[in-house]
Design a protein around this ligand. Structure first.
Ligand SMILES: Cc1ncc(COP(=O)(O)O)c(C=O)c1O
Length: 365
């Protein structure tokens, strides 16, 4: 049962600029002369030629396909869903905002984990939702979103939406498919599950296979920022029921995902070995990083992502170490939420293996 925000529920909104591809499909033949979109005429001496090449400069000159048809088809095949169950936008972040806009009225409750990916709260506050947080489950070397607590809070608060990053940022914890199915079943049927799978590409073990296809009343998010190395171009997509995708398409800024970004995303999706190698290299590096940190006596949380989180005895120690690293020009992340200030998050990157950086992380530089 899908419960869109009140103003969207019974009001179809028509995109005034559906783009050339939709026009061509409606006409059944190609457009020969694009003189209706007020784009610039080609300029042979474009300063972009050197930066992007002739094809890139031409992509930059023209409005993109608002519906990213070519990408939807590719992502649908990759995930065993249909193209009308996929929606592209400018990164998973934009899709978090879009999902909140789809389902939240001002004053509605969004349930999340205290200290998880902070963009959820940032955008939820921007749409006037109130965020209710539940604590992480904690144990010896364990920091994991507490699925039972999320479901209980959603029931109690009659939440419009529950957010779960899986794998989680910053803990790195991953809940397997059966746990996600149990969470979905334990939520009120009309409560949307926003399942942020930004790091899912790094879960390569067979046992870690995610739930298949479209889940009921669930918006699953993916990004090309991590395993496809496109963070700067801003490409992500959602997998959801066709009804949700169609409604999202009515309120999304139509031309946000640039033509250059779409072409780059096609190129990396068409070369699966590229992501496969990048993932394998990242996992190997993450293992070496975790090992080197453990060897220095640090408490490293198990991670299914492209980073590791180090748990320090308290926030003051983590802050002191972060400051020392920053003074030396090294940026590691300390989550802003009070519940997570004792963590430092380090990306699996060759520069993290620098002995001086490792020693500084151990507080022994
Ligand atoms: C859990 C999570 N979701 C979403 C994002 C943002 O992804 P994108 O670059 O596609 O906006 C990040 C980035 O770090 C993340 O950690």
């Amino acid at each position: 049962m899908t419960r869109f925000a009140r103003h969207l529920a019974h009001h179809p909104i028509v995109n005034p600029f559906p783009g050339i591809m939709k026009l061509e499909a409606a006409l059944g033949h190609p457009i020969r002369a694009r003189i209706g979109s007020n784009e610039s005429m080609p300029q042979p001496a474009s300063p972009l030629l050197q930066l992007l090449g002739a094809a890139g400069a031409e992509l930059a000159r023209l409005y993109p396909d608002p519906y990213a048809h070519a990408l939807r088809t590719r992502a649908a095949a990759l995930n065993g869903v249909t193209a009308d169950e996929v929606l592209f936008d400018t990164g998973a972040d934009s899709l978090i905002l879009l999902t909140l806009r789809l389902f939240c009225n001002v004053g509605d409750t969004v349930v999340s984990t205290a200290g998880t990916y902070p963009t959820l709260r940032y955008f939820a506050e921007g749409v006037g939702a109130q965020v209710v947080e539940v604590d992480y489950a904690r144990g010896d070397g364990l920091l994991a979103p507490d699925l039972a607590a999320l479901a209980e809070a959603a029931q109690r608060q009659r939440a419009a939406l529950v957010y779960l990053a899986n794998p989680d940022n910053p803990s790195g914890h991953y809940h397997r498919a059966d746990a996600i199915a149990r969470l979905r079943a334990a939520l009120p049927a009309d409560c949307v599950l926003l399942l942020d799978e930004a790091y899912l590409d790094f879960c390569v073990d067979e046992d870690d296979a995610p739930p298949a296809g479209v889940l009921p009343n669930t918006v699953r998010l993916r990004t090309l920022s991590k395993a496809y190395a496109l963070a700067g171009l801003r490409v992500g997509y959602a997998i959801a029921a066709a009804e949700i995708v169609a409604k999202a398409d009515q309120i999304r800024p139509q031309y946000a995902l640039s033509a250059v970004a779409q072409a780059a995303a096609q190129a990396v999706l068409d070369e699966p070995d590229y992501a496969r190698r990048l993932i394998a290299d990242t996992l190997a590096l993450r293992a070496r990083l975790a090992e080197a940190l453990c060897a220095r006596g640090l408490s490293v949380l198990p991670s299914r992502t492209n980073f590791v989180a180090i748990a320090y005895p308290d926030a003051a120690v983590a802050e002191r170490i972060q400051r020392a690293l920053l003074a030396d020009g090294v940026a590691v992340h300390r989550p802003p939420h009070a519940a997570m200030k004792h963590l430092l998050r380090v990306t699996a990157h060759p520069q993290a293996l620098d002995a001086a950086v490792l020693d500084a992380l151990a507080g022994s530089a």
